[in-house]
Design a protein around this ligand. Structure first.
Ligand SMILES: [Zn+2]
Length: 313
C-alpha cells in the first residue's frame, strides 16, 4: 500500500528541486526487493532500478544486510512484494514508510484471487508472478505507485502489459500441446501453485521431504507411483533440493521400469542473470514455460516465444 504520509514526506523536498545540485537528483532513486518488480519498474519508468534480491537469491529467508538498509534509506521510491514473501523486511519497510514512498505492490491484489500458503492456510501464497494475468495487476500497481510518487511512466505500461499478455497466450498454446495425462509438474519448490491454477496443471512439490523419515519415504513412493502411472518423462529440480530425494525418485521410477529425467532448472523466486533475456520477467516465464512444455512431450520452439532464449533450454 502506498503510505499517504510518506507521499507528503516525499513532496516536502520539492521546494529544493529547482536548485542545480538537486536538479540532478530529480531523477528518483527506485529500489525494489525482487527482480520481477524491478523489471516492471525499469520498463515502466525507463530509469535504472536496483533490486536487492539478485539472481539465485531466496526472498523468503533473506535478511536485510547493511548494504540493503543503506540502499533503502537512500531510495525515493521503494517497491516490495508483500504477502509475506520478504518476511524479514517488513519491519524495516514499515519504518521507512514514515519518510518515503513505500508500496507493497502484490498486496493490492484482491484476496479472493490469492491462493493459500500450503503450509499456513491463513496466509496467502505469495508466488503470484507464475500467473501472468495476475502479475499484470501487480504491474498496474507498480505503475500506480510510480506515478503517485511523481515518476513519469508515459505509456510504457501498455507495451509491457501487452508483452505479458502474449506470454500468457504462448503459455496456453504450448502447454496445451503436452499430452493431457502428462500435465503434471513435479518440482522441488512449492512455488508453482499459481501456474497450476492458471493453466489447469497438477503441481506436486518434493521440497522439504526427508528420505530418512517415514513420511518422506511415503511421499517419494507416492510421487514415484504418480510418475510411473502417468509416464511423466521429466521432473524439475532446483539446486536447493537434496540429491537424495531426486535420486530416490528417479531410482524408484527406474525400478518400476520407467525412465524419468531431470528437466531444465526452473526459475522460481528469482530471475536469471542480469543483462540476459532470462534476467527479465518475460524471459524468466518464457524459459519456464518452454522448458516444461518441451521436457514433458509438448511442442514449443527451442528458443521460446520470442526466439530469445539461450539454446538448450
Ligand atoms: Zn518461494
Amino acid at each position: 500500500m502506498i503510505d499517504r504520509r510518506s507521499l507528503l514526506g516525499c513532496f516536502a523536498l520539492a521546494p529544493f528541486a529547482g536548485t542545480p545540485a538537486l536538479a540532478a537528483s530529480a531523477t528518483p532513486t527506485i529500489v525494489t526487493t525482487t527482480g520481477m518488480i524491478a523489471d516492471a519498474a525499469r520498463r515502466l519508468s525507463g530509469l535504472p532500478v536496483q533490486a536487492l534480491m539478485g539472481p539465485g537469491m531466496d526472498p523468503h529467508g533473506h535478511r536485510p544486510t547493511r548494504t540493503d538498509i543503506l540502499a533503502l534509506s537512500r531510495a525515493d521510491v521503494i517497491l516490495w512484494h508483500g504477502l509475506n514473501l520478504e518476511a524479514q523486511f517488513t519491519e524495516v519497510l514499515q519504518d521507512l514508510a514514515r519518510k518515503t514512498t513505500v508500496a507493497a505492490v502484490a498486496e493490492t491484489l484482491p484476496r479472493d484471487r490469492l491462493m493459500a500458503d500450503p503450509e499456513y492456510a491463513d496466509r496467502p501464497d505469495p508466488h503470484v508472478w507464475f500467473d501472468p494475468r495476475l502479475w499484470s495487476d501487480v504491474v498496474r500497481a507498480v505503475d500506480a505507485a510510480l506515478t503517485g510518487a511523481g515518476v513519469d511512466t508515459a505509456d510504457n505500461a501498455a507495451t509491457y502489459l501487452e508483452e505479458i499478455a502474449q506470454l500468457d497466450v504462448y503459455a496456453r498454446q504450448s502447454l496445451a500441446t503436452v499430452p493431457e495425462r502428462q500435465r503434471i509438474l513435479v518440482t522441488a519448490h512449492d512455488a508453482f501453485a499459481y501456474f497450476g491454477r492458471a493453466y489447469g496443471w497438477r503441481v506436486e512439490g518434493i521440497q522439504g521431504i526427508s528420505t530418512e523419515s517415514e513420511a518422506g519415504l511415503a511421499r517419494i513412493e507416492e510421487l514415484v507411483t504418480l510418475i510411473v502411472e502417468n509416464e511423466i518423462p521429466a521432473v524439475f529440480v532446483e539446486s536447493s533440493v537434496s540429491d537424495r530425494s531426486i535420486r530416490a525418485l528417479i531410482e524408484g521410477a527406474g525400478a518400476r521400469g520407467h525412465n524419468v529425467t531431470i528437466g531444465a532448472e526452473l526459475f522460481s523466486d528469482a530471475m536469471g542473470p542480469d543483462g540476459t533475456y532470462e534476467g527479465t520477467y518475460p524471459g524468466m516465464i518464457d524459459h519456464n514455460i518452454t522448458a516444461i512444455a518441451r521436457a514433458l512431450g509438448g511442442d514449443a520452439p527451442e528458443r521460446g516465444m520470442a526466439g530469445r532464449l539461450n539454446a538448450g533450454t
